[in-house]
Design a protein around this ligand. Structure first.
Ligand code: AMX
Length: 432
């Protein structure tokens, strides 16, 4: 299999680099930790490593060194398609090189041979109360498949440490192949007739997702490709990536780790913000019976802030400029849905809210993040049930975190176990 061969070929050099760095320069300091950081969610503490993605505070995400606009230009596209193949992105995340069309197609082929979702997964989901949140269903579906883990099986049979990554790759391919079908089923179970639309092996992942969702509006395949590419990875410190790494570091398999990641993504300060965003936009729209005036929007935003709530989709722990993932979606909307009323509202919010957040003076970053506009695009294509949106984020995010999990195994990253202190210890260290 091409992914296995490519990773295998790189391993000797990577292992040597890392071993040398730690052995010869292990004492070199890369930063200090302050009392404020210990109490402040470890913000900015340099304590994780990944070579798959890096968030620059001004430029945003680089996936294997490429910005979002570069990726949308360079990753291979099917004939006539506007957006690249998602399989090409997964190849890039795992291998570190922009694939040729043929290489991306090989990943598609791998996914196509692994998409079959065991029927018990659907039965588990059908057995849940009808009002269960889609993210709970998604996380449960992933966890329910843990018994399928090749890593868990081979580990218990006896496996050399340097070979751990191979079954992790198998598991990751199996899981990422099934996620679009599972997500589409959750959508149809919650909001449609609950029937399963099987994937069409002739289609790529983006088009297949549109097909399995039952969305017929033209262009949803392109939006799905864009969505799954831009949400995939955002370095290691965000909650879903870190949860995957933490759980995986105990040698839990990808099903346990990815399910944990989804539980974190389901938090309103993380991935759930995308459902909150459209909710907030629709509240504004409904309150004013259409796109409000700038003054009405300003008053509404201040009411939100003064009631102690955040403005969803704005702010970021690392970014200090408009998120390029927002910009890519904004460009897509400008091209394909310029007359959509909610897009007009989202644009007005973009013109207005950063100024308000600056005036309030609390948020370190007043600019929009990836979630501020994603729901606007979804609702245009008919996917209006916004509590489903984080599930789509999850399908994409698991591509990023699983690629990281494969490399964490390949480079023998150990169990994670930072040290905690007590408040008296910190007071003493601070001389109080
Ligand atoms: N609206 C109102 N207040 C905000 C704000 C926003 N959009 N963003 C930050 N603030 C506030 C914080 O709540 C905090 O207030 P406090 O001092 O009273 O606790 C203060 O500004 C300082 O926060 P910060 O250092 O700028 O941000 P952070 O690193 O602590 O948190 C984030 C980052 C994203 C959680 C925060 O900006 C936020 O809550 N945004 C809205 C929710 C959102 O969009 N989340 C999605 C993030 C992207 C993702 O993971 N998918």
């Amino acid at each position: 299999m091409i992914l296995k061969e490519k990773i295998e070929a790189q391993l000797p050099e990577w292992r040597e680099r890392v071993t040398r760095l730690v052995k010869e320069k292990g004492d070199v300091k890369v930063g200090d930790v302050t009392v404020a950081q210990v109490y402040g969610g470890m913000r900015g503490v340099k304590a994780l490593v990944t070579d798959i993605s890096y968030v620059d505070p001004s430029e945003g995400i680089h996936l294997r060194g490429h910005t979002i606009p570069e990726l949308l230009e360079k990753l291979p596209k099917s004939d006539g398609a506007e957006m690249p193949l998602v399989a090409g992105l997964y190849y890039l995340l795992l291998v570190g090189e922009i694939p040729t069309m043929e290489q991306a197609r090989e990943v598609e082929k791998e996914w196509n041979s692994r998409w079959d979702v065991p029927s018990y997964v659907y039965n588990v989901l059908r057995a849940m109360p009808a009002d269960t949140h889609p993210m709970t269903l998604f996380s449960q579906a992933i966890l329910s498949m843990q018994g399928e883990s090749v890593f868990a099986k081979r580990y218990h049979e006896g496996l050399r440490k340097e070979d751990y990554w191979e079954p992790m790759l198998e598991d990751s391919l199996n899981l990422t192949a099934k996620l679009p079908a599972i997500a589409a089923f959750i959508y149809r179970l919650k909001y449609k007739d609950g029937s399963v639309i099987p994937p069409n092996p002739q289609l790529d992942l983006g088009a297949n997702f549109a097909h399995m969702m039952g969305v017929t509006k033209k262009g949803y395949d392109e939006l799905s490709r864009l969505y799954f590419i831009i949400h995939s990875d955002h370095e290691s410190g965000n909650v879903s990536a870190h949860a995957t790494h933490l759980v995986g570091s105990a040698l839990s398999d990808i099903y346990y780790a990815a399910s944990a990641a989804m539980n974190g993504l389901a938090g309103p300060l993380h991935g759930l913000a995308n459902q909150e965003c459209l909710g907030w936009l629709l509240d504004v729209y409904n309150q004013f019976g259409g796109v409000p005036t700038r003054q009405q929007l300003t008053d509404y935003a201040w009411d939100t802030l003064n009631s102690g709530k955040v403005i969803p989709g704005y702010g970021h722990a690392v970014l200090r400029k408009t998120d390029p993932r927002y910009a890519a979606q904004y460009e897509f909307a400008k091209k394909h849905l310029p007359e959509d009323e909610i897009f007009k509202l989202a644009s007005l919010v973009y013109d207005t809210v950063p100024g308000i957040l600056k005036e309030q003076g609390k948020a370190k970053n007043p600019w929009p993040n990836v979630d501020a506009i994603s729901g606007t695009l979804q609702q245009h294509y008919g996917v209006k049930e916004f509590d489903f949106y984080t599930v789509m984020f999850g399908v994409s995010r698991i591509m990023g975190v699983s690629a990281n999990a494969v490399w964490a195994r390949a480079l023998g990253q150990p169990i994670e176990r930072p040290k905690s202190l007590t408040t008296p210890m910190l007071e003493k260290a601070a001389g109080l």
